[in-house]
Write a protein that binds this ligand. Sequence first.
Ligand SMILES: Nc1ncnc2c1ncn2[C@@H]1O[C@H](COP(=O)(O)OP(=O)(O)OP(=O)(O)O)[C@@H](O)[C@H]1O
Ligand SMILES: [Mg+2]
Length: 357
Amino acid sequence: MNEQAVLVNLQGITKSFGNTTAVHPLDLTIAQGEFLAILGPSGCGKTTLLLMIGGFLRPTAGTIHIGGSDVTQLGPERRPTNMVFQGYGLFPHMTVAQNIAYGLRVSRTPQNEVRERVRAAMDLVHLEGFDDRKVSQLSGGQQQRVALARALIMRPDALLLDEPLAALDLKLRKAMQDELRRIHSSTGGTFVFVTHDQEEAMGLATRICVMEGGRIVQDGRPEEIYSAPNTRFVSTFIGEANVMAGRRAGGLVTLNAGVVFENEGQDELVVCVVRPEKMRIAATRDDPAFAEVHAILSGRLLDVVFLGPHVKYSIAVEGDSPLTVISSDMEMRNRLSIGDDVAVAWCLHDQRVLSDQ
Ligand SMILES: Nc1ncnc2c1ncn2[C@@H]1O[C@H](COP(=O)(O)OP(=O)(O)OP(=O)(O)O)[C@@H](O)[C@H]1O
Ligand SMILES: [Mg+2]
C-alpha cells in the first residue's frame, strides 16, 4: 500500500449463497485515485465483491468502510460510489441526455445545474450532439459511453465498473480503454474495474488483484504480477508461461525435462516458470546466443508462427510438455525449420520456482 489516503477498506468481507461461498473472508484497501483491476476467471467472485462494495449485496460477514465511514449496512444510494453494470442497464425509451441526467433528477438537483453537468459529462465521454438520440438507436460503444457518463455525472468517490467493455469488439475495446485511462486521469477519481481479460487489466490498471475461487491470490502492480507470479495459477492466467515440472531435494531442483540447478527451499514438487520472451532458441547448444544463459535443453521444433514483430516457436522437449519461445530475432527464424533439432535456453534469474500445489 502506498502513502495515498485509503478510500475503501474491506475487513473480513465474505459472501455465501446457501452452501456456495462466492467470496471467502478477505481484507482489501483501495487508495484514493487508484485504478484497481479485479481480475479472475468466470465464477471466481468478482461481481459479488463489486456488488458488496457498491451496496447492492449485503456481505455475510465483515465490514466495509468508505472514506472512513462504516457503510456496511447502507444501500447503494447512500454510498459515495456508482456502478456501471455489464450490459449497461440503460433506459431504452429515454434519450441519451435523459439517461445521463437520471441520477441528478432523482436527487432533485436544480434544472440549470443538471443541464450544465449533463453537458460536461457528455463532453468527457465524447458524446457531444447525441442529446436527443434514444439509446436504442446507439451503437454498443456509444451505449457504453452513456453508461459511463451516467455514473460519472454523480461524481462518485469510487466508480465501480463490471466488465464494461466485454461486449465491444476488439478495436472499440482498445479505443474505450484509452478513453477510460484519460477519464481516470482527468477526473482524479478512484476506479475499481472488474475483468476476466488479463491484457485489459495489465493495460489499464495501476494495481491488480487476481482472484481465484473467491480469494485474492495476488495483489500488486501489473509488472510485479507479470514478472513475479506467486502461484502456478497466476503465472498461467496472466500472460503466457512455460511451466516445467520438477522436484526440489536438498537445495537442488531437477526438472523433468533434465535441467538441474541450485534452489533453496523445502523438499517438494515444484514448477519452474519462464516467460516465452525470456527463453531463447538456437540450432545448437553451443550457439553464441547462449553464452550468458544458465539452463539449456534440447528439443525438436514443432511449429513456427509469425506474429509481425515477433516469432513464436513451439518446441517439443523430452520429459515435459512443449515449450513456447517468443523471439524478435528474424535471422534465427530463417535458420530454423519445423522438425529440426534445436536448443532452448534461459537465464536462471528469469525463472520463478514455485511450490506445485
Ligand atoms: N445470487 C446468487 N445465488 C447463488 N449463487 C450465486 C449468486 N451470485 C453468484 N453466485 C455464485 O457465486 C460465485 C461467484 O459469482 P460471481 O458472479 O461473483 O462471479 P464472477 O467472477 O463475476 O464471474 P463472471 O466472470 O462469469 O462474471 C459463482 O459460483 C456463482 O455461481
Ligand atoms: Mg461477473
